[in-house]
Design a protein around this ligand. Structure first.
Ligand code: GLC
Length: 482
């Protein structure tokens, strides 16, 4: 039996701000329990719903030194078994008592420095000795750093390997070096350009990428892209130097949670064989719910997303008037930057028959939009993997995407002459290129409906479950452990 520990800042069903939480929530369940004992460790945020928190079991506590910040800081350990997985929660009210997992950058840097240090201090106390510590994103970047420095030569960790998985290179946990020296107690020579230093500051993610034994990211195309300057966020040099230790493994989605044939959030269930008879009814229900004209002849485009510039919303801003013609309805769901929230609210106000801006998040409404829309728009500037396009294909909503990262690896562009493909895509980050491809999709939808339905059907028949990717992770664990 090999022990694997996932370390992350978010995980479904406890706490979620983005796709990271879906992956950390679903991948461990797809790892073979006969060979691997996979456990997950998270912060014990007060924002975790009480239905879970109320059941967490106190295990132990101790006090830990934290650089020059604290001689002794409280570390509590809570445990909860859920759906066959053991979860640990690092308990400290001072750091984790907040409505959201992330707040101001300075405080987040401190909070996750504490978390990373506490994780390594906890494992000997609970007696779980990992063969692999699998770290996710910048919040956990200092785990490989502490493992190879503070814990170098420590018997307990003598066989432990670490993996750093990049879900998004843009967020790195960057702050000034003096603060990091103060918080971590790490010696000055660790803050050099070949280690933690990043443009005169220090980067937690960079630390993880330097010290981890192996690096993965969530699609092969993104693994290649981040070795270039355009996508590299200042770390392309390091990533190309380590390219032999870097690979992309595409994310899967939870096939039980996302299944139009068993879906509880929609009025009509359907599958790849009978969607022609039912999907338009789900669409009518969605239109009714959102107060849009109920008309199956309209082309309904969905957008379910964190509203940040990464998602290509500036392209939409340029051409939203042209996208939302009289035959089209545009349904938005998500929250994020004010400027995008306001932009969509504004267009809903001036075009209430065409635009429905739902500036909040609801899992149930998300499922109804996946099922009720004809197409899903994802014109991302960059997209490490992207889960929305995978879920929308599962529900028969045709993805319209930019060819980057995981979008490129999972959406096969429609070829009108050969009648192949599962979606529509464009290459350059350019609003008119996007508009052209949306117009092409509209032409197929309005004038060649059987071809459109074939695209839907091919997408629904694809397998985006974890089966294949979980196998790749297991192979990597075995290979790394040796
Ligand atoms: C981040 C990325 C997204 C990816 C997700 C899970 O949210 O932006 O592309 O799918 O992480 O890996």
């Amino acid at each position: 039996m090999k022990n694997i520990l996932f370390v992350a800042s978010e995980c479904v069903p406890f706490i979620k701000t983005g796709g990271l939480a879906d992956v950390v929530g679903s991948l461990p369940k797809n790892i073979d329990k006969k060979h691997f004992d996979v456990r997950v460790i998270l912060p014990n945020y007060s924002a975790i719903p009480w239905e879970f928190r109320g059941q967490f079991k106190y295990v132990n506590h101790f006090y830990m030194e934290m650089g020059r910040r604290f001689d002794s800081v409280y570390v509590g350990i809570m445990e909860y078994n859920y759906d066959g997985i053991t979860y640990y929660f690092v308990d400290n009210e001072f750091y984790f008592n907040s409505e959201k997992p992330y707040g101001s950058p300075r405080w987040d840097v401190e909070k996750f420095t504490y978390f990373s240090k506490a994780v390594l201090a906890i494992l000997p106390v609970i007696g779980f000795r990992p063969d692999v510590i699998h770290c996710h994103d910048w919040q956990t970047g200092l785990v490989p750093v502490f493992l190879k420095t503070l814990y170098a030569g420590n018997e307990f960790y003598s066989r432990t390997k670490s993996i750093m998985t990049i879900h998004n290179l843009k967020y790195q946990g960057v702050w000034n070096i003096d603060t990091f020296k103060y918080l971590t107690g790490l010696p000055a020579d660790m803050f050099s350009p070949d280690k933690l230093e990043f443009k005169k500051d220090a980067s937690m993610l960079k630390g993880g990428l330097v010290y981890a034994d192996y690096i993965t990211t969530v699609s092969q195309t993104y693994a290649n892209e981040i070795q270039t300057e355009y996508y590299g966020e200042g770390l392309n040099g390091l990533l190309s130097a380590r390219h032999m230790d870097l690979r992309g493994i595409i994310n899967g989605i939870d096939y039980n949670c996302y299944n139009p044939a068993t879906e509880i959030n929609i009025g009509y269930k359907y599958n790849a064989d009978n969607f022609r008879d039912y999907k338009y009814k789900v669409k009518a229900d969605l239109q009714r719910e959102l107060g849009l004209p109920v008309d199956s002849g309209k082309f309904v485009i969905g957008l379910i997303s964190r509203l940040t510039d990464q998602k290509g919303l500036d392209l939409i801003r340029c051409v939203i008037e042209q996208i939302t013609d009289d035959n089209t309805q545009f349904v938005i769901l998500g929250t994020g930057d004010d400027r995008y929230e306001n932009m969509f609210k504004h267009y809903q106000w001036i075009k209430p028959m065409q635009v429905s801006a739902n500036i909040y998040f609801s899992e149930a409404l998300a499922h109804r939009i996946y099922a009720g829309s004809d197409a899903m728009l994802m014109p991302s500037m960059f997209e490490p993997c992207g889960l929305t396009q995978l879920i929308s294909m599962r529900y028969g909503s045709v993805p319209i995407v930019r060819e980057t990262g995981g979008l490129k690896d999972t959406v096969e562009p429609f070829n009108k002459f050969e009648n192949t493909g599962t979606g529509f895509s464009f290459t350059n980050y350019n609003a008119h290129e996007m508009l052209n491809i949306i117009n092409f999709a509209k032409d197929i939808f309005f004038n060649h409906r059987e071809q459109w339905n074939n695209i839907v059907e091919r997408g629904m028949k694809k397998d985006f479950s974890w089966k294949n990717s979980a196998g790749q992770y297991m192979g990597m664990y075995d290979w790394l452990i040796g």
